[in-house]
Design a protein around this ligand. Sequence first.
Ligand code: PHE
Length: 480
Amino acid sequence: MKHEWSSKFTFILAAVGSAVGLGNIWKFPYITGEYGGGVFILAYLFCIALIGLPIMLAEVALGRRGKQSPVNTMTQLSLEAGGHPAWRLLGWSGMVAGCLILSYYSVIAGEVLAYSFRASSGAFEHQTVDGIKGILNSLVSDPEKLLAWHTIFMALTVLAVAKGVRGGIEKTVTFLMPALFILLIFLVFYAMTTDGFGQAVDFMFTPDADKFFYARSELGQYLLDANGEKIFTWKPMMVAMGHAFFTLSLGMGAIMMYGSYLNRHVSIGQMVLIIISLDTLVALLAGLAIFPLVFANDLNPAAGPGLIFETLPLAFGNMLGGTLVGTLFFVLLFFAALSSAISLIEPTIAWLIESKGIRRIKASVMTGIVVWFIGLGTIFSMTGTTLGDIFQPLVGNISLNSGLFKYNFFQLIDLLTASIMLPLGGLFIAIFAGWVMQQDSTEREFSFKNRFVYPSWQFMIRYVSPFLVAIVFLNIIGIF
Ligand code: PHE
């Protein structure tokens, strides 16, 4: 046994560190805004409970039983269960997904880092909506700036993984995650004092099915077909399900990897419940901190990836002590992103070390360089500069079940990973844990105290979760 967490708390912290990140604070609010609020949040919570929970249990159990990187864990476990060696492909697709996600994650995390400096220099003080938009624009339309911050973030990620999981991750998460949590609660209190709070609560918790199921333009108007009818789309459902995987770090081996460092005697069920509750809580708090500002300032909830960079600085600029609070917030968000980034490449690094005999430092640098390169695609699709044309062949219109959507490189990678690779990975993990592995081994791995829990998990992982993922996929390809 090479590594193990120092205690079950460090496992929780690391897993929460992986789960809580840009997904909760940057992505969740903007996709909730784009897909109309209430029903989207319901769909997301539904996916967390019925798909995320059973699959996270499975991933931790698989990881702890296999004790290696996901590729080798899958090889070993399928050997043990008499399954086909092709199950190792699950580990492979996870490594690819992790690197692809990190490539754009790093660009956004770079923006967060840039905003820490902007905040500390007092740039947001007494700014108007237009002023704040100008600050964001000057960053995202300048490829050199984005490139510099992306490079810095990747270098820091490489540094952190190179130091090894315990050295690198445990320290970052022990103090910083709780601090981020407290600051978020503070921001929700601040948001309560603005006059957009009621509207925000309405937006987030009053379901409006039309806004979810019918395609709308960026400005929120319904798109109409040739007969003047609204266009039905499954895309928001796909995004909600994909986000459940993304936010919980599931479907690509990150949680499996962390499970492999977990001590045999720890109760997996308890751990997973804590991780999922905290992750969901952070996302909802982020929504409650951000949407009141959207409505109080007449901003567009469907503004897209720039949403937190438009709303929060306005709040920081107008509150007492905002320079300090704003700086602290972006710095903490940066660390939350870093602890997620580490878990995105750890499966690849661990595999390179185990199977290729490469030293950790070298493996980290090599992987970091590859990811850095892929990140250029996202930078160019943000800036819209002519260099972006190089990526044009990859970009274009994709038709998803009667809705026509235009994608740039960043959106394409996001769609491919979060909405397709992670749910597909999760589907296969469910099938493997539910049908291929012997009941004996999973049962022993969990050792649930209550005798009803195991059969419930088994029912969920065998039937419910795979069925739900499959339904969303089938609808997307338009079979129904
Ligand atoms: N869960 C992380 C977030 O919400 C992102 C992530 C996805 C991390 C997949 C690891 C694996 O920010």
